[in-house]
Write a protein that binds this ligand. Structure first.
Ligand code: FES
Length: 126
């Protein structure tokens, strides 16, 4: 499946919000590139984090086992089911937050990575 991605810090520095309807249109129109915005493909049996690493991207992670939230991403469009075991509070899961080390999109998707800088997740990390 194809994943279009945007870096949370690049988004925040431009004053954009996760809830902006045209978030990815703005990202595509901007001079973003490199690590901040782009796309790649996720193979079957690969996690989203592994797929990003295969492309040479250094996305944040620590435990690689669904236990720390350093690797959190936000699904803006598409489906990314979580395995039964993960530590995300239901409220964050309901808002589309996922852990890239233990899951992958099952449909083409738009995701914001690096959301460990989102205040609600930063609090979990402290
Ligand atoms: Fe720790 Fe994914 S790296 S939850």
């Amino acid at each position: 499946v194809k994943v279009e991605f945007l870096d949370y810090e690049a988004m925040e520095s431009r004053g954009w919000q996760l809830t902006d309807d045209d978030l990815f249109e703005k990202a595509a129109d901007d001079e973003l590139g490199g690590e901040a915005y782009g796309y790649f493909y996720v193979e079957e049996n690969e996690t989203l984090l592994e797929a990003a690493e295969d492309e040479g991207y250094a996305w944040p992670f620590a435990c690689r086992g669904g236990a720390c939230t350093n690797c959190a991403v936000a699904i803006v469009d598409g489906e990314m089911p979580s395995p039964a075991s993960h530590i995300l509070p239901k409220e964050l899961h309901d808002r589309g937050i996922r852990l890239s080390c233990i899951a992958a999109p099952t449909t083409d998707a738009k995701i914001v990575y690096n959301v460990k800088h989102l205040p609600a997740i930063r609090d979990l990390l402290l």
